[in-house]
Write a protein of this length. Structure first.
Length: 312
């Protein structure tokens, strides 16, 4: 049993998807569609721009989705479609890519939603007010305790439960800095502030959640062709109204990635294909369940290997 998973922010790189677009007209068509949806040359930025500009949240979110969907279209061109997967899931913005791959959202609507999401998340909190930090070597329950201790009347939450030894906290900058020190005292192998522009997946993102509720209200969401394992539920959903609600909750809620992967493995998933940029999710999956085989699909060579693995 297979799952297709889709990366989140941080995986972006200049040049991503260019080989796919050159090798597969269907992959190039995805980048063209995203450019048209946003009425700008985002693909030019992705392939030949400055990493500082691509990393801006408003650009990184639709760009990473475009990369993932280009890889998906390349697989389809070789005869492997979404029906090869029993589940799809994505890390934060990757959940939107998963929904697009499963046919619940069009690429055009997804691009527009992710542009709106990126802007809303960036504008929710003034620069310098919030922060995020990765705490390595502590389990989720311990980090929740660290966050509560560090809050001291401010916001500090466990934002990303990535794998058994990596949890990210998010909130007010001073509270997150306190969490780093408390985590070190509690035996964290490493505790470091992350180079992010806003404190994602915590209560400070409430204005962005309101904006996304408005943006999602008028968008058509179809029933996905395969179940989507939602970040905030860590379980499969396929009801469009529920998906809409969970996408809003996701803005302020924790990304329950460790539990999501464990859930899929418990359902019988033995192979996970990371569709899009980077290899971060594959590393997390291996740390969550060593028995699961991971493969990356981001280049034409990757596509050929993935097709061989599915059809072999």
């Amino acid at each position: 049993m297979r799952a297709f998973v889709f990366p989140g922010q941080g995986a972006q790189a200049i040049g991503m998807g260019k080989e796919l677009a050159e090798a597969y007209p269907a992959a190039k068509a995805v980048f063209d569609e995203v450019d048209e949806a946003l009425d700008e040359d985002l693909s030019g930025l992705i392939w030949d721009g400055a990493i500082e500009d691509l990393t801006l949240t408003r650009n990184a979110q639709p760009a990473l989705m475009a990369m993932s969907m280009a890889a998906m279209r390349a697989l389809e061109a070789e005869g492997v479609d979404i029906s090869a997967a029993s589940f799809v899931a994505g890390h934060s913005l990757g959940e939107y890519s998963a929904l697009a791959a499963a046919g619940a959202l069009t690429v055009t609507d997804t691009a527009k939603l992710l542009r709106a999401r990126g802007i809303a998340m960036q504008e929710a909190v003034p620069i310098g007010v919030g922060a995020m930090a990765a705490l390595l070597g502590l389990d989720f329950a311990t980090v929740e305790g660290v966050a509560q201790e560090a809050a001291q009347g401010e916001i500090c939450q466990a934002a990303n439960d990535n794998d058994p030894a990596q949890v990210v906290v998010s909130g007010h900058k001073a509270a997150v800095e306190r969490a780093v020190e408390i985590a070190k005292e509690k035996g964290a192998k490493r505790a470091l502030l992350l180079p992010v522009s806003a404190p994602f997946h915590c209560a400070l993102m409430a204005p962005a959640a309101d904006a996304m509720a408005e943006a999602l209200a008028d968008v058509n969401i179809a029933t996905p062709s395969v179940p989507v394992v939602a970040n905030v539920r860590a379980a499969a959903v396929d009801d469009p109204d529920q998906i809409r609600t969970l996408l809003v909750q996701q803005i302020t809620g924790s990304v329950r990635w460790r539990e999501s992967v464990a859930y899929m493995a418990a359902q019988g998933v033995t192979d996970v294909f990371e569709i899009g940029a980077g290899k971060a999710l594959s590393g997390m999956v291996k740390r969550i369940d060593r028995a699961v085989v991971t493969r990356n699909v981001g280049t034409p060579n990757d596509v050929a290997a993935a097709v061989a693995a599915v059809k072999g």
